[in-house]
Write a protein that binds this ligand. Structure first.
Ligand code: MTE
Ligand code: LUZ
Ligand code: MOS
Length: 764
């Protein structure tokens, strides 16, 4: 089935936040944010800004009727700064004006005085100064300390990965207006409508039932709107409450980039021990997560780093520790993969390091250590339905790794200034919120008198194709045409107390709730049909919009059945509630069974490096992915392609730079490079692994949103492989992204190579 929104998207009819027609008298909001990363405010003068014609009001923390607090996990983040500034871009005041243009002029007239304080931007430095968001956590299995002496080989090193800007095409924003009885209605570009509702209630000092949050769809979220959409919704609601006027805030790209948090940069240490058969028998890692100035989702992100620290490998002795380091950057947040990619990059670095020292391809080590059924993850879950080995073997044989390697070797022998590299990247990603209590969802279904169906769930459409999958689920249960079904907006008054659309689990959680709701209605319809047809309920089924008795279609069509049910006073509405069974986790012991299931896959990446310029191209990514039994291959393939390219961007070109004073330098698309059509691999081949799927996945179609991002990690190691082919003196570094600058430095470090190139140039 095609994406239900495809036509409207390409014809520009789809409605995003900025497309909502505004009400008469709508005012525009704009933040005044901190022009320094760490300081005490001594004086702010708003008088000139306030005097500007068209400025209606400047709202500060003093105007907040409830709590000045938006922290989700810990209450450590004010909505508007009081006396202290903790990051460059920290919201201080909200300017309300008749137009955005006027608000922008007013912003330039605000005068601030402050006393600057020392700035920390580096997580290792933060740890040294004991600046942590919360105490460190350790996952442990076996006993690495006693294993090192039994290892044939032990390697130690550092691996760093940088942050990543979400760059959703639609920036953050919200539109709020007052309704009756002290209530506010907020349209928000959020992955977490309930988070917006709950936080708005807290800040405004009203009950949650006074706040209605509605979401049509997002122009991308990628985790950046799981928690950080909240502030904008709350700011608009606050101004709407104070002024009793509609308030709109659609955030300018550069403001969005400056003010919001990003993927967490990590700086990590690893130690890996292998026996003589290349079995990894011990692994230790210490992760320093750059959390920024407040907790935001950092505790949960850090947790997932620990969960995925050993990626798709079984290691009997593991000790991994993570520190959430408090720095003076904007609070970093969820980003596709949610700490998992950062953890995986470190063990892949350790393996690359070991392979390089041993003079063997990394894939020899990878292949020797893949997970199998019955193995135990360091967090206690026992591996089942394991597809680490099957996706690996399938990829290696389908794409014929020996042939690919031979082509690469031949190319490298015959080319001096172009070199190819190759890497294999296995992925294992756990599906469920690692915080068990978040794994539940609800849906609400109305069958209308004419047989059409309206569906509401707690899930948010952000481009991942959720609504299409939900239509498919309802159409399947009722066995009616998909064009009879309409997905409603996501609204807190229809489906309440929702978890954010995140963790790749939205279709599973909301889809299962929707199945339950539809099944309950179907049961009643079958009762009505049986009475009508004068037969047993067991004999009744609905097939292609017709009531069947013992499998034989009758004259009773869907529409007629619905009318009959309605006239018999049978309820045609129902809600469904689903909570993932069998999951649990004990944070004291750091053991449990946190994931409903895991998603597996293996990608083979080849690249070509231009050894004169340091530029590179990804020739191909050929992968085998464990979709389970995909319910929509067009959508799922799109998720694999998008995730992969986003992962390649993170690993190779997207370079976030803050200066020592904590100012974002890569603050626009002219200074921050994201993948474009030219960065996409020349070939992407996706082969679905042939499996039966998993019973806890919606219609056995596994979650697909995040796992493919991690295939992008292979690109780093493929480039490294090519650099090494050109420059044998290159010393492996693990410092993503591998930008063209770093590639160039790597190609020419060590004098001999430079001399060789010069000699060749002279000869030419
Ligand atoms: N795909 C598109 N087009 N836009 C997005 O914002 N977000 C990703 C992924 N794919 C995203 C996307 C992230 S971070 C997650 S967690 C999942 O989609 C969320 O949707 P799901 O739970 O339905 O997979
Ligand atoms: N969000 C969250 C997530 O709150 N918990 C998670 O485990 C998670 N995982 C991936 C993405 N977002
Ligand atoms: Mo995705 S990082 O769970 O929003």
């Amino acid at each position: 089935m095609k994406n239900v929104d495809a036509k409207n998207h390409v014809s520009g009819k789809s409605i995003y936040l900025d497309d909502i027609p505004v009400r008469q008298g709508t005012l525009h909001a704009l933040l005044y944010d901190a022009p320094v990363a760490h300081a005490i405010i001594t004086h702010i003068d708003y008088s000139e800004a306030e005097a500007l014609e068209g400025v209606v009001r400047i709202i500060t923390h003093q105007d907040i009727p409830g709590e000045n607090q938006i922290g989700g996990i810990f209450p450590d983040e004010p909505l508007l700064a009081e006396n202290d500034i903790h990051f460059w871009g920290m919201p201080i005041a909200l300017i309300i004006a008749e137009s955005e243009y006027i608000a922008r002029q007013a912003r330039a007239l605000v005068k601030i005085e402050y006393k600057e304080l020392p700035v920390i931007t580096d997580p290792r430095e933060a740890r040294k100064q004991d600046s942590l968001i919360f105490p460190p956590r350790t996952f442990k299995i076996g006993n690495p300390e006693n294993t090192w002496e039994n290892c044939e080989y032990v390697f130690e090193g550092e691996a760093d990965s940088n942050g990543q800007e979400h760059l959703y095409i639609e920036t953050q924003g919200a539109y709020a207006y007052p309704t009756e009885h002290g209530s506010i209605r907020i349209s928000s570009s959020t992955q977490g409508p309930t988070a917006v509702q709950k936080t708005a209630a807290r800040v405004l000092g009203v009950d949650m039932n006074r706040i209605e949050v509605d979401v049509t769809r997002l122009g991308g979220g990628f985790g950046g709107k799981e928690d950080q959409a909240t502030a904008w919704g709350v700011l608009c609601a606050l101004a709407a409450q104070i002024l009793q006027k509609p308030i709109k805030y659609s955030v300018h790209r550069m403001d969005d980039m400056r003010i919001t948090g990003k993927r967490h940069p990590y700086r990590s240490d690893y130690k890996i021990g292998l026996d003589k058969n290349l079995k990894i028998i011990a692994y230790e890692a210490t992760f320093h997560q750059n959390a920024g100035a407040a907790a935001d989702l950092s505790p949960a992100v850090m947790e997932r780093t620990l969960f995925h620290a050993t990626n798709a490998y079984f290691v009997p002795n593991v000790q991994v520790t993570a520190y959430s380091c408090k720095t003076h950057l904007p609070p970093n947040t969820a980003f596709r993969g949610f700490g998992g990619p950062q953890g995986m990059f470190v063990i892949e670095s350790a393996i690359a390091h070991a392979a390089n020292e041993l003079g063997i391809p990394a894939r020899d080590i990878q292949a020797a250590n893949l997970l199998k059924d019955g193995d135990e993850f360091p967090y206690g879950q026992i591996v089942d339905y394991c597809n680490a080995g099957s996706t690996w073997t399938d990829a290696i044989s389908t794409y014929n790794i020996k042939t690919i390697q031979k082509e690469v070797d031949n190319f490298n022998i015959n080319n001096n200034h172009l070199k190819k590299g190759i890497a294999v990247m296995p992925v294992c990603f756990g599906i469920s919120f690692t915080n068990t209590p978040m794994n539940h969802a609800r849906a609400l279904v109305h069958v209308y008198q004419d047989g059409s169906v309206g569906v509401s769930t707690g899930g948010v459409e952000m481009g991942q194709g959720l609504n299409t999958k939900m239509v498919q689920v309802a159409a399947h249960i009722f066995n009616i045409h998909t064009n009879r079904i309409k997905l409603e907006t996501t609204n807190t008054t229809r489906v309440a107390n929702t978890s954010p659309s995140a963790a790749s689990a939205t279709a599973d959680l909301n889809g299962k709730a929707l199945e339950i709701a539809c099944e309950k209605i179907l049961e009643r319809l079958i009762y009505v049909a049986a009475k009508q047809m004068n037969c047993a309920e067991e004999a009744i089924s609905i097939r292609e919009e017709k009531v069947c008795v013992n499998g034989q279609p009758t004259e009773l069509a869907w529409e007629k059945l619905i009318q009959t049910a309605f006239l018999s006073r049978v309820s045609l509405s129902e809600k469904g509630h689903y909570a993932t069974p069998n999951i649990h986790f004990d944070k004291q012991k750091e053991k449990g069974h946190p994931f409903a299931y895991h998603v597996y896959g293996t990608a083979i990446t080849t690249v070509t490096v231009d050894c004169l310029r340091g530029l590179y191209e990804v020739d191909s990514v050929k992968l085998v992915h464990d979709f389970g039994k995909s319910m929509n291959t067009a959508i799922d393939d799109g998720q694999v392609e998008g995730g992969l390219v986003q992962g390649i961007g993170w690993m190779t070109m997207e370079e976030i730079i803050y200066n020592k004073k904590g100012r974002l330098l890569s603050n626009a698309l002219s200074t921050y490079k994201i993948p474009d059509i030219y960065s996409v691999p020349g070939e992407i081949t996706i082969k679905p692994l042939a499996t039966e799927g998993h019973p806890l996945a919606i219609r056995k179609s596994k979650a697909v949103g995040e796992p493919p991002l991690m295939y992008g990690i292979g690109t780093y190691f493929a480039i490294q492989n090519a650099v090494k082919a050109f420059n044998p003196n290159y010393i492996l570094k693990f410092d993503a992204p591998f930008t063209p600058e770093k590639v160039l430095m790597g190609l020419y470090e060590g004098r001999e190579v430079l001399a060789k190139v010069k000699a060749e140039e002279e000869k030419a």
